[in-house]
Write a protein that binds this ligand. Sequence first.
Ligand code: LLP
Length: 420
Amino acid sequence: MTDWLSDRNGLLHAEDVPLSAIAARFGTPAYVYSRSAIATAFEEFARAAAGRRALVCYALKANSNLAIIDLLARAGAGFDIVSGGELKRVLAAGGDPAKVVFSGVGKSEAEIRLALEHSVRCFNVESESELRRLSAIASATGKRANVSLRVNPDVDAGTHPYISTGLRQNKFGIAHDAALAVYREAAKLPGIAVVGIDCHIGSQITELAPFVAAMDKVIELAGALSREGIALEHLDLGGGLGIRYDDEQPPSRAAMLAAVFERIDSSPVVRDLEVMFEFGRSIVGNAGLLLTRVEYLKANSDKRFAIVDAAMNDLMRPALYEAYHRIVPVARNPGAASRYDVVGPVCESGDWLGRDRDLAINEGDLLAILSAGAYGMAMSSNYNTRPRPAEVMVEGSRVHLIRDRETVESLYALERRLPA
Ligand code: LLP
């Protein structure tokens, strides 16, 4: 489990706060995060990169709550964004745009303008068309955009097909074989300053080998560029380090960075370049849980269901990827366990949060759905007109409300009835 959670006299605590107290004060469902768990995860990366020219960015898409951005900005993180909206969040939370890298395959003109206005550190460009658009907009405003090309190294990250991005058949990046030609073009465009190579091969990667294989491709390309006289300032190796949801054994943050730096140090072409990363899940994934209450227990023939007040709209990962999240009762129960599918109230058979879980529970009990800090709230929706959960961050014995529970009225506030 995660070390910010502990069983104290049969009651699950988040840092020093009983989860039952959070439910009583803020209601359920609620996302609960640990300030120290987020800070510690980031510090592990920072420590592993200490003394080097390196920038550890946080990939905002994993969880873009302002409090989390704020906390990481104060810790010195850079930010990986994929939209103009995410840039505005970084600015609203006090982050430094000079530490922002802008990723994504479909940057709009407006988003490019906004990012140029704020002089983001680098655009990770994914196609020739995007490169030309960026150059045109930048030169028209008298600027030059710092650019890395995102290369697709055709490496199998060994992860779920929906979150694998570094294969030839994925929409991401520029094919490794084509990259050199695109770099030549980039070097000639007036609004572009070539500064780096970018690469991200997927998410929830639990082995080092794919990262190292991708690195090797990146280093090879850097060598080819240097022979052409195209000088680089940095390598951006993306994110993707996996976490433990169940019994996965991902490499530690330190081991992951050590493997990368070892490779870099042994290659004269890239040895002196700055190294950037874009980690999302590894920083926040295990630092959050979704707190929910059992509404009903029921059995259909021999199948038992625990119907809880959280649903696929709050945590989409099980429905979308068949992802596994541990589910534990908040209060230890003396009774015998039964096997349940833990499901939500949404009208879809895909609305499940956990299957075949042995739980000793009663109606009204609280459950904690673990490892929900990344891609939980960030991917939530209002399906079935369900207001999104409150979000709180625990800090020792204090609890900060970092997002109010939505109201139903706010969900249709932008809608209009027809004229009479
Ligand atoms: N950089 C780029 C360009 C990315 O596309 C991503 C994630 C990251 C960094 C951060 O990856 P991380 O360190 O979090 O693995 N919704 C899925 C995950 C989608 C990841 C998309 N890209 C899930 O819930 O598993």
